[in-house]
Design a protein around this ligand. Structure first.
Ligand code: PGA
Ligand code: ZN
Length: 424
């Protein structure tokens, strides 16, 4: 049973405060969890509680959330059975009583929720993926590696937020990771040769100024080929457009020009014809449901269309999408909804409706590696956790290496069993 809960304010990868929670059990076993934080957040995400005290961390402190854990959550959870994850999460949701967790803060609730799960796993001497996923957890994910950063994750002129590679032709996760790292360094040389070297963005991808968004795709292709891999056959491309960020008065403003949604969809279809792109996330703005439908009609049979800001890991929003035949995949971010139980419920709703799931980090991260265990636990087959530098990203990849080793013969790399996006 839960003996004590302790929360503190720590820093994330951008140097902003976030929450860390320790849950200690009567057996002496404990779990520690740290909460991530987004920059290009969807408006329907659960509420991240910040102090708004401009005398500390420019208002970004999280001491109110820490206090809520100490004064409101802890007294209710002491003595509860840590294996009753659902009941514990529901107790917190009930104390909060709002629809978006704005009373206690989704950051407070999620920190406790994850620390409880980790403590419970320890109590059974099980790795987290095995505790959450049971005997069936054995699929190693395709990493979606974000090699060029733009949008609100970098100070460059690139409008689209993420340009990713997916090593679909690898034999194992370990091999996929090596291919990705080699392409990352190959891209570094390509950029240096052209005087485009410029440091990295929030997720560790290079952040050069470019002449167009399309140029980023050309650079990726060159980097893949220079590293000795076959674009499309071995390594495919993916983008997170994060179009909320450049949607202005019903128009999509990118490459210095304003475009209607229909023009934008045509443009994306053309890119899909020209490049080995197998996945596009948030192609349209979060409330542009009709155009999302059109986009799904024209591209949904060809590639993976992922809803991030669109669905915000929320069952209600996903249900609406399923009904309207919008997108065919969902990005899963624990802190968008704010508890492990609700995250698992959204994942199973997606799976029951043949929507792919992609387990994801946030642009503001910590050394917490929960998502590496989660992606294996639910056999999602895809993880999005950034580039091949910055330890808050690499920590997840390294955790996956350990999990693959631990699974041994029973580990299966997702593409081997047809999991993930369709490959033409
Ligand atoms: P965020 O970005 O964490 O800043 O929201 C990640 C994403 O959009 O997928
Ligand atoms: Zn996104």
């Amino acid at each position: 049973s839960i003996k004590n809960i302790h929360a503190r304010e720590i820093l994330d990868s951008r140097g902003f405060p976030t929450i860390e929670v320790e849950v200690i059990l009567a057996t002496g076993n404990f779990g520690i969890a740290q909460v991530p934080s987004g920059a290009s957040t969807g408006s329907y995400e659960a509420h991240e509680l910040r102090d708004n005290d401009i005398n500390r961390y420019n208002g970004k402190g999280v001491l109110k959330a820490v206090t809520n854990i100490r004064e409101k959550i802890t007294p209710c959870l002491l003595g509860m059975n840590a294996f009753e994850q659902k009941i514990i999460d529901n107790v917190m949701i009930e104390i909060d009583s709002s629809s978006n967790k704005e009373v206690l803060g989704a950051n407070a609730i999620l920190g406790v929720s994850l620390a409880v799960a980790k403590a419970a796993a320890k109590d059974l001497s099980l790795p987290l993926y095995r505790y959450i996923g049971g005997l069936s957890a054995n699929v190693m994910p395709i990493p979606m590696m974000n090699l060029i950063n733009g949008g609100s994750h970098a100070y460059n002129n690139v409008d689209f937020q993420e340009f990713m590679i997916m090593p679909i032709g690898a034999e194992s996760f370990k091999e996929a990771l090596r291919w990705g790292a080699e392409v990352f360094h190959s891209l570094g040389k390509v950029l240096k040769k052209r005087n485009l070297m410029s440091g990295v963005g929030d997720e560790g991808g290079y952040a050069p100024n470019l002449n167009s968004n399309k140029e980023a795709l050309d650079l990726l292709i060159e980097a893949i080929e220079t590293a000795g891999y076959k674009p499309g056959k071995e390594i495919s491309l993916a983008m997170d457009i994060a179009s909320n960020e450049f949607y202005k008065c019903g128009e999509y403003v990118y490459d210095n020009t304003s475009h209607s949604a229909k023009e934008f969809i045509d443009y994306l279809s053309k890119l899909v014809g020209q490049y080995p792109i197998i996945s596009i996330e948030d192609s349209l703005q979060e409330e542009d449901w009709d155009n999302w439908q059109l986009c799904t009609e024209s591209l949904g049979n060809l590639i993976q269309l992922v809803g991030d800001d669109l669905f915000v890991t929320n069952q209600e929003r996903l249900r609406k999408g399923i009904k309207k035949k919008v997108a065919n995949s969902i990005l899963i971010k624990l802190n968008q909804i704010g508890s492990l139980t609700e995250t698992l419920d959204t994942i199973s709703l997606a799976s029951r409706n043949q929507y792919n799931t992609v387990i994801s980090h946030r642009s503001g991260e910590t050394e917490d590696t929960t998502i590496a265990d989660l992606v294996v636990a639910v056999n999602s087959g895809q993880i999005k956790t950034g580039s091949l530098c910055r330890t808050e990203r690499i920590a997840k990849y390294n955790r996956l290496l350990r999990i693959e080793e631990e699974l041994g013969q029973s580990a299966i790399y997702a593409p081997k069993i047809g999991l993930g996006p369709k490959v033409p």
